[in-house]
Design a protein around this ligand. Sequence first.
Ligand SMILES: *[C@@H]1O[C@H](CO)[C@@H](O)[C@H](O)[C@H]1NC(C)=O
Ligand SMILES: *[C@@H]1O[C@H](CO)[C@@H](O)[C@H](O)[C@H]1NC(C)=O
Ligand SMILES: *[C@@H]1O[C@H](CO)[C@@H](O)[C@H](O)[C@H]1NC(C)=O
Ligand SMILES: *[C@@H]1O[C@H](CO)[C@@H](O)[C@H](O)[C@H]1NC(C)=O
Ligand SMILES: *[C@@H]1O[C@H](CO)[C@@H](O)[C@H](O)[C@H]1NC(C)=O
Ligand SMILES: *[C@@H]1O[C@H](CO)[C@@H](O)[C@H](O)[C@H]1NC(C)=O
Ligand SMILES: *[C@@H]1O[C@H](CO)[C@@H](O)[C@H](O)[C@H]1NC(C)=O
Ligand SMILES: *[C@@H]1O[C@H](CO)[C@@H](O)[C@H](O)[C@H]1NC(C)=O
Ligand SMILES: *[C@@H]1O[C@H](CO)[C@@H](O)[C@H](O)[C@H]1NC(C)=O
Ligand SMILES: *[C@@H]1O[C@H](CO)[C@@H](O)[C@H](O)[C@H]1NC(C)=O
Ligand SMILES: *[C@@H]1O[C@H](CO)[C@@H](O)[C@H](O)[C@H]1NC(C)=O
Length: 670
Amino acid sequence: MRKGSTMKQLLTHVFLFTLFHHSFAIDTLKPNEYLLDGKTLVSAKGNFALGFFSPGDSKNRYVGIWYNKLPVQTVVWVANRLSPIAATNGTLQLNGQGVLTINSKIVFPGPSVIRLNNPVAQLLDDGNLVVKEANSSEFAWQSFDYPTDTLLPGMKLGWDLRTGLNRNLTAWQSDNDPSPGSYVASMDLKGIPQLTVWSGSAKRWSSGPWNGTAFSNIPKMSSLNGFLFNFISNEDEVYYMYNTTDPKIVSRLMVNQSGTLERFVWIDSAGKWNVFWYAPNGQCEEYSPCGPFGLCDLKGSPICSCLQGFTPKSPQDWALMDASSGCVRRTALDCKNKTDGFMILDHAALPDTSNAIVHTNLSLNECRTTCLTNCSCTGYTSADIRGGGSGCIIWVDELIDSGTIPNVVQDLYVRLAAADVASVTDDDELELPQLQWNTVMAATENFAINNILGEGGFGPVYKGKLTEGQEIAVKRLSRNSAQGVDEFKNEVILIAKLQHRNLVRLLGYCIQGVERMLVYEYMSKGSLDALLFDKEHGMHLDWQARLRIIVGIARGLLYLHQDSRFRIIHRDLKASNILLDAEMNPKISDFGMARIFGEDETINKTRKVVGTYGYMAPEYALNGIFSVKSDVFSFGVLVLEIISGQRNKGVYLSEPHLYLLGNVSIYLVP
Ligand SMILES: *[C@@H]1O[C@H](CO)[C@@H](O)[C@H](O)[C@H]1NC(C)=O
Ligand SMILES: *[C@@H]1O[C@H](CO)[C@@H](O)[C@H](O)[C@H]1NC(C)=O
Ligand SMILES: *[C@@H]1O[C@H](CO)[C@@H](O)[C@H](O)[C@H]1NC(C)=O
Ligand SMILES: *[C@@H]1O[C@H](CO)[C@@H](O)[C@H](O)[C@H]1NC(C)=O
Ligand SMILES: *[C@@H]1O[C@H](CO)[C@@H](O)[C@H](O)[C@H]1NC(C)=O
Ligand SMILES: *[C@@H]1O[C@H](CO)[C@@H](O)[C@H](O)[C@H]1NC(C)=O
Ligand SMILES: *[C@@H]1O[C@H](CO)[C@@H](O)[C@H](O)[C@H]1NC(C)=O
Ligand SMILES: *[C@@H]1O[C@H](CO)[C@@H](O)[C@H](O)[C@H]1NC(C)=O
Ligand SMILES: *[C@@H]1O[C@H](CO)[C@@H](O)[C@H](O)[C@H]1NC(C)=O
Ligand SMILES: *[C@@H]1O[C@H](CO)[C@@H](O)[C@H](O)[C@H]1NC(C)=O
Ligand SMILES: *[C@@H]1O[C@H](CO)[C@@H](O)[C@H](O)[C@H]1NC(C)=O
């Protein structure tokens, strides 16, 4: 006790340290000695204590190790998780061969036979209870080899491959019951070793492979002050270990009862533990929320999408926000002919590496070649797995649990068929064919009136058929663009680069004199407008189909607003501008028209109302471009129309960022 303590302080001290008070401050137990319930062993510097305790409201007695100097009892290890003592008459003993017993029963984890001549059990200052020959420093048994739910500095989480010892953390069943619960944090050796949290036999989280300084999917790890992280992988051992750089930092890592890995740091001034880091943190860190070949991005809405070149395996489930079935390739790989290529996913959270292999000393280029020559290879990335040596990781079969993390500098190369690579490379050599006037005339039978599909705001649209048999839709722009030929071309090429499965694809263009034409893919199911409102020819749309359409439009819009390289505000979003393909996938048409007609400026000047649902408050006109909210406005109306099946169900939503549709929400983040 400090001199000069007031009586009150003294009392709280006595109260808080009653456990300490009972102990004899010895750290070793010899074969002829007993540790009775109520007594403790205390490590040499007083950091840790070992004794009997009752967790929570339980009356059961367990032998455990806790921090001796902290005012809140924090148990870090339990000896008899499965064999509690019902009364306070427990006795801890070390038998003559060096095996610890409680009431003469062997209930400690580990071998039941240890042959030592002169054994002692000793509680060390790092919290490790060890059994050894009295005259030796080599441990015959140590509690660090049999973790409970907590990893202390210096403990290994992982494997001794020579003995098959698998040190893992298993959550407590409950606060009152330290017996093993269903959550386990272990070092998974399948493929490339990674730290994994399991819920029973299902993966809940994985750390990604060690890249030399950190686990690749824990971006914070490499910048944490006060900690040293270590990962060892060789023929003998594979484990993770950490230490603090300053003994004054008291920290522990545990898997808690809801299956979250939590790192705590003791805050002395506050007298409590602080959660410093935890995982999984957020939906994208959960294991594979978007299924095989899916991509999780917290900033996306919804968070799941498919990797480029892939499309949802079960669009129905995806529409209902269940993406777990994942995605399938648009175009099958062409391994034999070696025409496949790669798409680059940057800021990548690496997919699960349990089906991946490390190739040390392979350059990225060699890695690419290796991948292309192996038909089961689906992707690769660079790796610094063994610390120092460069190399690469190659995945076979499905890519599971891919995501993007903003601060991570890691590229994932995803193998795609040539056709899909071409559609995603937004390089400048994109070939957008300029069609000859004759070709277009032939395709539309000289713009025959009975080939007119509809009349949009920008002119009539004709159905056409190229000589190769491909069906097309030709939009003949009625108003002469203010732009010259080159400007028009530039805009069209730019629009052609906007590629998304919910946007109508631009196939080409045609310029003849003052005529300007855009050639699109043909959408066989026509416009949503007709479908919704045409009593005779309209189709019955059930709730699921409506929802799928809404979600699709939202995805397309989000791409235009946020994910494309050029922010495009549609400004005339309405049911007649939503087209449906043969599979009833909705696709937005007429996007980018404002650019072609150079309308942004005129709108600024005149505050002219544009678009069918053209209410736009002046405050949304920012610097000549109506902000994202203008689309959000008509999107709100559109959604209401799709749900109600009535035209002009015009409700102007003042805060239209979030739509609640039944129990499904659609977020549009402007
Ligand atoms: C401990 O006490 C319980 C109940 O009081 C009794 O059943 C048990 O035999 C005792 N065990 C020992 C080792 O004394
Ligand atoms: C420890 O003591 C045992 C006898 O009790 C002896 O056989 C052994 O050689 C000693 N080991 C060391 C390292 O002193
Ligand atoms: C951890 O760091 C402390 C110093 O902060 C050092 O004394 C101790 O040996 C280290 N433990 C391990 C297992 O490296
Ligand atoms: C955890 O360790 C125990 C004991 O070594 C082992 O039986 C169990 O299979 C391990 N669980 C996992 C998920 O590694
Ligand atoms: C390892 O991964 C961490 C976290 O993702 C990252 O910050 C660090 O730069 C990476 N280091 C190397 C050598 O790749
Ligand atoms: C587990 O950790 C997470 C994150 O710190 C926390 O939200 C959750 O409440 C914890 N669960 C339990 C049972 O303590
Ligand atoms: C909506 O809630 C009902 C009842 O809770 C549930 O059966 C249904 O699956 C939910 N629908 C979606 C799309 O989540
Ligand atoms: C490989 O190329 C040949 C000829 O170019 C083509 O007939 C065949 O379909 C291609 N194979 C695949 C799997 O695409
Ligand atoms: C990788 O390259 C380094 C240096 O070039 C060399 O020392 C090492 O043996 C190589 N490892 C393998 C597995 O080839
Ligand atoms: C492809 O790679 C996997 C993993 O390295 C390997 O198991 C398989 O044998 C390879 N196939 C061929 C044809 O090389
Ligand atoms: C748009 O209008 C605002 C206010 O009326 C004005 O400050 C701004 O300069 C205009 N921008 C353009 C591009 O004309």
